[in-house]
Design a protein around this ligand. Sequence first.
Ligand SMILES: [Zn+2]
Length: 478
Amino acid sequence: MTTQFETVIGLEVHVELKTKTKIFCGCSTQFGAPPNTNVCPVCMGHPGTLPVLNREAVELALKAALALNCRINQDCKFDRKNYFYPDLPKGYQISQYDQPIGEDGWVEIDVNGERKRIGIVRVHLEEDAGKSMHAPDGSHSLVDYNRTGVPLIEIVSKPDIRSPEEARLYLEAIRSIMQYCDVSDCRMEEGSLRCDANISLRPVGETKFGEKTELKNINSFRFVQKALEYEVQRQTEVLSSGGRVEQETRRFDEATQTTVSMRTKEEAHDYRYFPEPDLVRLRVDDAWLARVREGLPELPLQKRDRYEREFNLPAYDAGVLTSDIGVATYFEAVVAAGADPKAASNWVMTDVLGYVNAQGLSIQEAPVSPSHLAGLITEVNKGTISIKQARDVFKIMCETGKDAPTVIREHGFEQISDEGALAAIIDEVIANNPKSVQDYLNGKEKALGALVGQTMKATKGRANPAVVNKMILERIGK
Ligand SMILES: [Zn+2]
């Protein structure tokens, strides 16, 4: 008999906050500056310097913790986490240990059409470390301290995640919420969103946790799922053959698509936490908390529910449109400009996103503005152009930036609905296709399509198909 295993996953997500300056000094947080240009004695931890807490960083952390449904510790403190690493010039990191700013929250994800709640243990504020770069031949290493002291929040989930797919959905939900709240730009490729995962397996029905491994520094949404899928397979094999999973830290190797061991428990750190003596306790008064709470935007899932309710959109559409705040904002602007919501949804999800993704643009950079797209949808509704023509008009709008009526006029896209203008063409089609006419009269429905097709061809696709249909039927007497 083979044992069935249950997967238990917890994620630790680091999110860089979108402040202009660092958490304890006035240095810029700008990404991509020349190495070691955004540094000062405070963030380098020189003796005699003192940290000064950045109010904006606290405000963003509060916003994030509230959006994650956390209880806020209005009275909390900072602690020193002591360890030595070349990218940490002070020899300690200022973090929060036993009194984080937010605790006991949750995030909801949609798994196979069902909504599932993932618990959040804590959200705490801390400073980022620098960045080491190692020469490929191992001859030397370089350290860039620009990132040292950039404000971070760490979001620690409960071990509520049951599959690699759920882990990816959870991470996507976190990113989406952080972007909606404008707390972080969450660019994984720039390191402003990073993820560590704990994963263990246990026999189904067992309540105790199995021995876990920690996967460090996963840097893409795809890799989160892949690395965890590999770990599930690896741990299943170990346990099925009667072995024991070793508690260790592993990393995902992109080249081999496997995880490899970095260090075992024996080398684990003892951080010797103690309260940071250079900072007073952090107190968030009621008025401040209330103001941040009132400033929270409509969050992705709320927006999604509203789209289904208010715009009568299918759940799939609502999910795609709200997963990114930029897409949601664009879509709402198209509807506000007068377009039918379902038509607007179809255009945004297929043509607009298709175009901007292919061009490597964000939706804010789309060459067709929301009002121009609404204008195009209106032309289709009025019957000026067919939906097929509209796709060609859209392409020209993307290239020229012109609005729909202008493109239609300049390129002669108007649909011909005028019976007088179509009569001669239809008479000719009927005269030239006696077999199709006879087939139709003998009951072959499809033959009508051939006649409509000939008319469309003769008008270069501009004839209104509904009018053509009606006129042919009138003429062949049925
Ligand atoms: Zn500094």
